[in-house]
Write a protein that binds this ligand. Structure first.
Ligand code: NAD
Ligand code: IPM
Ligand code: MN
Length: 359
């Protein structure tokens, strides 16, 4: 039996609901594939603020560091929207990413054939879409200095954030992106704003400098405004996209909607070594929390990515993904992925169907 220690971070809002479904599925998989999971639950986000005063208690970071992998659901909610920034739930999530040095965020947007009519775009536009967004996660405007609220000489308030990337930061994410593209359709589109921003010019120059080392990968560059438009106009032109932290945040939500719902999109946040964090692209969905309406599949598919990338258990990952496909084949739909006329079921019903499909 292979033993794994997994830290669970259910967080806030729909987090605990989708995490519960995922953990049951993992337990069942474990029994089938002779894997033993030791689950340790830790605090992050708003629920951590309420319990400890901090959105990322030191004990949580320590628990994560001592794990083989980390499954995170989502953080945030209305209750904490007006607390000081240093204590916001989102600050806890950013602290987790930087604390574990998870600089590479892989966000695959794959349209499942069963959901081609759930997208807000036409079937022929989205059918066959298979995009991997490689988002830089520990740098850029999210972390740059100076940052904060300042007062000008005229006595006016001024809010400041700074977008910056060092060569080291660009090179390490570009390397991940080239290697990712090599394993896919060998097309890499680097997205930036090099027509306006120096930081983007450096980004573009470094990507170009690296290109000869990956001569089998076709590299293109696109400005972020055009990329947002092209993702909606003709998403099938994209294979692998690499971009900075803020652009990647925005573009991955657009890419999510191509697949029918943000409730379907998983992600992996990886560093050079140590455990990765696996989390849905969506947030805590406070508008539907506690109502058994959440789609748990982004979380379940994030667990499949964990099995594949961190635990090196591709057969178990395949089995979990196959079970998700079966649940969709059987017609189970939460509201976010329902097309006209579909019957809508809750989060727990999806979980039950998933367990059956794993039999
Ligand atoms: P959101 O992703 O939480 O929700 C956007 C919309 O999508 C909502 O209408 C929601 O109901 C729906 N939705 C999201 N996930 C769903 C699911 N699994 N099933 C069905 N519907 C789903 O984004 P938001 O409303 O902008 O943010 C809410 C909170 O979440 C904020 O506090 C924000 O900071 C936080 N957030 C956290 C993460 C994270 O933990 N990684 C990511 C994004 C936003
Ligand atoms: C995401 C979220 C986070 C981000 C927030 C909640 C800090 O939107 O994971 O996409 O901006 O990275
Ligand atoms: Mn986001």
């Amino acid at each position: 039996t292979q033993n794994y220690r997994i830290t669970l971070l259910p967080g806030d809002g729909i987090g605990p609901e989708i995490m519960a479904v995922t953990v049951e599925a993992l337990k069942k998989l474990g029994a089938q594939f002779d894997l033993s999971f030791e689950f340790v639950t830790a605090l992050i986000g708003g629920s951590a603020i309420d319990a400890t005063g901090s959105p990322l208690p030191e004990a949580t970071l320590e628990t994560c560091r001592q794990s083989d992998s980390v499954l995170l659901a989502a953080i945030g909610g209305y209750k904490w929207d007006n607390v000081p920034r240093a204590q916001r739930p989102e600050t806890g999530l950013l602290g987790l990413r930087s604390g574990l040095q998870l600089f590479a965020n892989l966000r695959p947007a794959t349209i499942l054939p069963q959901l081609a009519d759930a997208s807000s775009l036409k079937r022929e536009v989205v059918e066959g879409v298979d995009i991997m967004v490689v988002r830089e996660l520990t740098g850029g405007i999210y972390f740059g200095a100076p940052k904060g609220l300042f007062t000008t000489e005229a006595g006016e308030q001024r809010g400041v954030n700074t977008m910056g990337y060092t060569v080291t930061e660009i090179d390490r994410i570009a390397k991940v992106a080239f290697e990712t593209a090599q394993k896919r359709q060998k097309k890499l589109c680097s997205v930036d704003k090099a027509n306006v921003l120096e930081v983007s010019q450096l980004w573009r120059d470094r990507v170009n400098a690296m290109a000869p080392s990956y001569s089998d990968v076709e590299v293109t560059h696109m400005y972020v405004d055009n990329a947002a438009m092209q993702l909606v106009r003709n998403p099938k032109q994209f294979d692998t996209i690499v971009t900075g932290n803020l652009f990647g945040d925005i573009l991955s939500d657009i890419a999510a909607m191509l697949t029918g719902s943000i409730g379907m999109l998983p992600s992996a946040s990886l560093g050079a070594d140590g455990p990765g964090v696996y989390e849905p692209v969506h947030g805590s969905a406070p508008d539907i929390a506690g109502q058994d309406k959440a789609n748990p599949l982004a979380q379940v598919l994030s667990a499949a990515m964990m099995l594949r990338y961190d635990l090196n258990q591709p057969a178990a990952a395949d089995a979990l993904e196959t079970a998700v496909m079966q649940v969709l084949d059987q017609g189970y739909r939460t509201g976010d992925i329902a097309a006209a006329g579909d019957q809508i079921v809750g989060c727990q019903a999806i979980g039950a169907a998933l367990l059956k499909a794993l039999d």
